[in-house]
Design a binder for this molecule. Structure first.
Ligand SMILES: [Zn+2]
Length: 482
């Protein structure tokens, strides 16, 4: 199973929101947070680092052989990148537990070192700015995080740079992703984009080639292997696929039936259709909830147990919403992470308003209010684009998810629905496929509304916090997107 070591350092938050039996493992406790009425959404954790911005990755091309039983991988990876600073002397990627068997830069062997959060390749000669190079890696190992088990399947979740070499926190560095999965005969696979080909090898194994339709941030890479029941249907230009190793086709159809209406609803709100030709939802055992570039992984325990209960109904809409806000339009750095999660949390409330009425919308925002208030009672509140350390995961979420959603509601109320949704559509269309900062969002909302929003954004997003600061003795900043 995944080891959520870092998150386990935060017992106060666990106890606060934990609704499940204390005997469950850290993973379950963590995901219980996510399921807490569905408003906070985060299944994963990573330590905040300042990504090396000296180079830009164009593409990751992998051949990967996952071992379901042992939860290990062996891989051959090619990374194309170019220097964006002068005289690039080393390449920093996210440190992981894989053993690097060989590394070649344009055919020349490289040494690697692991220091702090970085896996570093030292370059024999500096790379000039603008120059493109090819880094070829062979590795194997047992990823410390990022691989998870359903009943019989193996799937990845968030920590791509634990099972491959990439840059987990470099949200702004979107790259093409192509993955060949080597699996045993008859096994099903899921990854980013489309399954382009299946090749039978002499030993009877199969190699399935998947390719992303556009560049995505590395945290959105992923795959799943197993024997899956599947159902497909078409909505607009997109093929929807529901997959599972624990549910049959009829149950998949029934439990994920709301997806079609959600796609129409979100397309109208975003001003652009679902931006992938194929969108899949993999239903797994447990309480998973994680978006990937062109699919989502949903734990059975997160789906509503009764119909028409808005408090339980969140995971399908939340993860689908990320196809626009988060995946297609991605915060350039973690400083603006609220643009991924605050908007998505707000949109989840708007869906509930659409489906269940005003009271459900209000209830969702009240929950956000309570969470923010709890953080304030602990002496902590920050502007949305604050770039300092948060003392706990829960407090970070209270700001970036909950306060982010409340700010969106405030803007909606202040501007009125017509100008507000016009601004959302403008922002979404203008930055589709790219990365954004809070300034981009402010500009688009100002243009659409014809109003100067500087003071409002200063108060909520950029302002200097008057509240207490994080003591320097606090543990390293931890964040948990989903
Ligand atoms: Zn999310």
């Amino acid at each position: 199973m995944i080891f959520y070591f870092a998150w386990c350092f935060y017992p106060d938050f666990k106890n606060h929101l934990h609704r499940r039996p204390a005997s469950r493992r850290c993973l379950s406790i963590l995901t219980a947070i996510i399921s807490f009425n569905g408003l906070i959404s985060a299944n994963h954790i990573f330590a905040k680092t300042t990504p090396n911005t000296n180079f830009d990755v164009t593409s990751y091309t992998l051949t990967l052989t996952p071992d379901i039983q042992n939860e290990t991988v062996s891989g051959h990876e090619t990374i194309l990148l170019h220097a964006v600073s002068n005289a690039l002397q080393r390449l920093d990627f996210t440190r992981n537990a894989l053993t690097i068997e060989s590394a070649l830069l344009d055919g020349i062997p490289l040494s690697s070192t692991q220091t702090g959060d970085n896996l570093t390749f030292n370059l024999p000669t500096p790379i000039p700015r603008g120059h493109t190079v090819k880094l070829e890696l062979i590795y194997h190992g047992h990823p410390a995080r990022g691989l998870a088990r359903s009943a019989t399947a193996l799937y990845t979740s968030y920590f791509a740079c634990d099972w491959m070499v990439c840059r987990q926190d470099a949200f702004g560095d979107k790259a093409d992703f192509s993955l060949k999965l080597r699996v045993s005969s008859g096994m099903n696979t899921l990854s980013v984009g489309r399954l382009l080909s299946k090749q039978i090898e002499p030993d009877g194994s199969e190699v399935h080639l998947w390719k992303s339709p556009r560049p995505y941030s590395a945290y959105l890479y992923g795959f799943a292997i197993g024997h899956f029941a599947s159902v497909t249907n078409q909505v607009g230009l997109t093929k929807l696929t529901y997959l599972s190793d624990i549910a049959e086709a009829e149950e998949l159809k029934r439990r994920l039936a709301s997806t079609n209406e959600m796609v129409h609803f979100l397309s109208e709100k975003a001003g652009i259709p679902l931006p992938v030709a194929e969108y899949s939802q993999l239903l797994v055992k447990g309480d998973e909830a994680q978006e990937a570039a062109t699919y989502s992984v949903i734990g059975m325990d997160e789906l509503p147990t009764t119909n028409n209960d808005p408090a339980q109904d969140w995971v399908i809409i939340h993860e689908l919403t990320h196809q626009w806000w988060g995946n297609l339009i991605t915060c350039a750095t973690l400083q603006d992470f609220w643009l991924n999660e605050g908007i998505t949390t707000f949109i989840t409330a708007v869906w509930k308003e659409h489906l269940y009425g005003q009271a459900a919308y209000n209830a969702e925002l009240n929950l956000a209010r309570q969470r923010l208030e709890k953080a304030r009672n602990k002496g902590f509140d920050k502007p949305l684009a604050w770039n300092g350390d948060y003392p706990t995961l829960g407090i970070r979420r209270a700001v970036q998810y909950s306060k982010g959603a409340l700010f969106m509601d405030y803007l909606r109320t202040t501007l009125g629905d017509t100008a507000f949704w016009s601004g959302i559509r403008r922002y979404t269309r203008a930055h589709a496929g790219g990365t954004v900062t809070s300034i981009d969002f402010e500009k688009d909302m100002e243009t659409a509304s014809g109003r100067d929003l500087h003071q409002i954004f200063n108060d909520w997003v950029f302002g200097v916090a008057s509240q207490s600061t994080t003591p320097s003795s606090q543990p390293k900043n931890i964040i948990s997107p989903r």
